[in-house]
Design a protein around this ligand. Sequence first.
Ligand SMILES: Cc1cc2nc3c(=O)[nH]c(=O)nc-3n(C[C@H](O)[C@H](O)[C@H](O)COP(=O)(O)OP(=O)(O)OC[C@H]3O[C@@H](n4cnc5c(N)ncnc54)[C@H](O)[C@@H]3O)c2cc1C
Length: 276
Amino acid sequence: MSKILSMKELVPTIYEAVVEAPEIARKAKAGEFLVVMPDEKGERVPLTIADFDREKGTITIVFMTIGTSTYKLAAMKAGDSYYAFVGPLGHASEIKNYGTVVMVAGGVGTAPIYPIARELKKAGNKVISIQGARTKELLFWEDKLAGVSDEHIITTDDGTFGRKGLVTEPLKEICEREKVAVVYAIGPIPMMKFCTFTTKPFGVKTIVSLNSIMIDATGMCGGCRVNVGNETKFTCIDGPEFDGHQVDWNLLTSRQKIYLAEEKCSLEKYVEEAKK
Ligand SMILES: Cc1cc2nc3c(=O)[nH]c(=O)nc-3n(C[C@H](O)[C@H](O)[C@H](O)COP(=O)(O)OP(=O)(O)OC[C@H]3O[C@@H](n4cnc5c(N)ncnc54)[C@H](O)[C@@H]3O)c2cc1C
């Protein structure tokens, strides 16, 4: 049981929880993830480590409400405990001095990209961050990301803050402007996919963190399988980070939708129960 020390709604639909987890915090590295169960009957929800504090023994998670399990997580309060909080899982990001790195964050992807950007900055890289959101109201952690970046660009789809448009536009301009060693792109699948299409003509290595549907997160069930470079990989034990130029995006997109009917039914039932 891991206790929630603080819980807040950062922006509509996106929540931040700081959790007491000294054992995990001691070992946590940027890029790794956790499995969180709200209660005994809950699903195993994979969530990336958004931050960690080894001295305080805390882990920060940031999640977007999308279905039953994330609604259950959002309904929990400071003082409550998760039934399970397991990690760190997956491979950590490879942190070294590459030169110039561009960190592209879309929506809730700002949270997982932040600790990677911080570690890359500490390793001596020039860090350029591009943070995108649909609208101003959905932007969060701008100061945190700017604080670990040499240059920080914000885009909103509707132009209510920063530059109007998609993250791929400044990404293309930066690749034209200077030599970029590595791009990290974390966010919704279409956003990551189009970032890889943008960088491909420039030959810039592009790392993505995949959020394929995951069940056990230990390499046993194969639920999170993805095709990378014509090989089957498991996001849980081979990832979650992969070379974005090698990912079969069509397969990932179609596999992400396989339980839509069940997820819809589950959410309707959850909302009905919550009303009682
Ligand atoms: C390694 C990894 C790290 C992740 N990190 C974060 C994070 O930091 N913040 C965040 O908001 N989300 C993260 N996700 C996605 C998050 O796990 C899903 O949004 C969540 O499991 C949805 O559960 P649900 O019951 O609320 O929604 P559901 O109704 O079950 O599903 C809604 C949609 O979410 C996707 N989804 C469902 N179950 C999973 C699952 N087990 N794994 C991945 N996607 C799923 C599907 O596209 C589905 O259609 C991560 C996923 C993975 C695999």
